[in-house]
Write a protein of this length. Structure first.
Length: 141
C-alpha cells in the first residue's frame, strides 16, 4: 500500500526545525538523521535525509545543498486542532516568534479562536480551537 509523507526541504536548518517542532507536540521525536560528511555536497553535518514524527504523524526533512528560487508557501500548511485555549495560546506564541502572523489569533466566523502564521523557518501553520462539544440528540429512524 502506498504511503503519503510530508517532506520539508530546508537550506541548512532542518535539524533545528525538527528539534523545535518535536518540542511542541506530544508523541513527537526525531526518528533518524543521515548527515553529509566532509565530502559533501552539502555542508558537513547538515541533513541528507531525516524522518521525524509530530503527534504520531511521520514527516521527512532535508537540507538541500542547492540554493533554490523558492521556499515554503502559506498555500500548504499544517492544520492543528487545539483542545484548549492554553494550548492554542502557547502554540501561537511559540510558532509565531520570529515568524510572520498571516491571520492574528482571534475569533472568526468559522472558529472560536484561530490563527495562521509562518514560523521562523517559513513553514505555515493554522491553529484552531476545537469547538465545545454540542449537545447531541439521538437520531431516530
Amino acid at each position: 500500500m502506498q504511503k503519503v509523507t510530508t517532506f520539508l526541504m530546508f537550506e541548512g536548518r532542518a535539524e533545528e526545525a525538527m528539534n523545535f517542532y518535536t518540542s511542541l507536540f506530544p508523541n513527537s521525536a526525531i526518528q533518524q538523521i543521515t548527515r553529509y560528511g566532509p565530502e559533501g555536497p552539502g555542508a558537513e553535518g547538515s541533513v541528507i535525509h531525516a524522518t521525524f514524527t509530530l503527534a504520531g504523524q511521520e514527516l521527512m526533512a532535508i537540507d538541500s545543498p542547492a540554493k533554490h528560487g523558492f521556499t515554503f508557501t502559506p498555500s500548504m500548511s499544517f492544520y492543528i486542532s487545539c483542545q484548549s485555549e492554553a494550548e492554542i495560546d502557547e502554540l501561537f506564541a511559540r510558532l509565531s516568534a520570529g515568524g510572520e502572523v498571516l491571520m492574528p489569533l482571534a475569533p472568526y466566523p468559522f472558529s472560536p479562536k484561530f490563527a495562521w502564521m509562518a514560523d521562523r523557518f517559513g513553514v505555515s501553520w493554522q491553529l484552531t480551537l476545537a469547538p465545545e462539544p454540542a449537545d447531541t440528540l439521538p437520531v431516530s429512524d
